[in-house]
Design a protein around this ligand. Sequence first.
Ligand SMILES: Nc1nc2c(ncn2[C@@H]2O[C@H](COP(=O)(O)OP(=O)(O)OP(=O)(O)O)[C@@H](O)[C@H]2O)c(=O)[nH]1
Ligand SMILES: [Zn+2]
Length: 311
Amino acid sequence: MSRQAPSGRHGDALAGRVTASFGRNYEVVVAPETPDREVLKCVARGKRHAYACGDEVRVERTSPDQGVIVALEPRRNLLWRSDAFRQKLIAANLTQIVIVVATEPGFSPLFISRCIVAAESEGLATVIVLNKADLADRLEAARAQLAPFSQLGYPIVETNALGDLAELTRCLAGQRSILVGQSGMGKSTITNTLIPEAQAVTAEISTVLDSGKHTTTFARLYGFEGGWIIDSPGMQAFGLAHVTTDALLEAFVEFRPHLGQCRFRDCRHDAEPGCALRAALEAGEIEPLRFIHFHTIRAEIESAERQARGW
Ligand SMILES: Nc1nc2c(ncn2[C@@H]2O[C@H](COP(=O)(O)OP(=O)(O)OP(=O)(O)O)[C@@H](O)[C@H]2O)c(=O)[nH]1
Ligand SMILES: [Zn+2]
């Protein structure tokens, strides 16, 4: 029996998953969950298509190790980087975003809020990894910094990437995760410990670039424990320019009970009288830090909007 493509038009095409993208070239794993699994170097048919790691696609083979992507299965969700002018796809079909921070060097709580906004606005779960938990003298301070997030219910997994990652493995098993983190948090060490194949890939790239440093330069998907993991490069520019103000408010989960309760329907939640969010802030129901994060991210989004319109 031949494989049936859902559209019918690509009946001879193979089902595959995008595991890396380099400009207009893609790496696609065909029959990813089977012993017939193989990797094809692919190009996209047509100019307007762009694919992301995690995309489920149909490919037509053009040589033993090459193919053309001819169709895209519907995406469950999509993460991208965006600023006023550009959007770059990062990952599709995720179940969770895993944010790696560490006891040292210092991390940015705003970076965490940004990642959470991306996760919430795409309906994804968030997990925070506190790495280098073995550096005991820094641990309490880092936990205190993460307290506002754990109070919101975001799980925090403490790890020592140089040791045992059993708890993190349980958290990742069966999930489709993207690992994000600022530089130096130990994300590469975690990836290399979890996925020996990743070590080989980064080593190869480091040799090619003669950098000697194992730095992630592009997103790559690896199969892991019944799911998969995308290791992504440092995501300082985790753009949120495409998120609307309403979606941003919803993405701050602690704001939700108060939305629609302000005196003015167009309340900016700055200094207006009768602002329900300010009242919740003053009542201690909203962390001041998170309130600041909201305003910071909204200002960025609005500034990107103005730039995009050429104001
Ligand atoms: N003590 C301790 N050191 C760690 C741990 N994880 C990573 N390190 C060290 O922290 C440094 C940074 O780790 P990397 O894995 O390169 O960090 P990264 O987040 O991938 O950083 P970039 O490659 O810049 O993106 C390295 O010297 C690691 O050996 C940990 O759990 N405990
Ligand atoms: Zn308000």
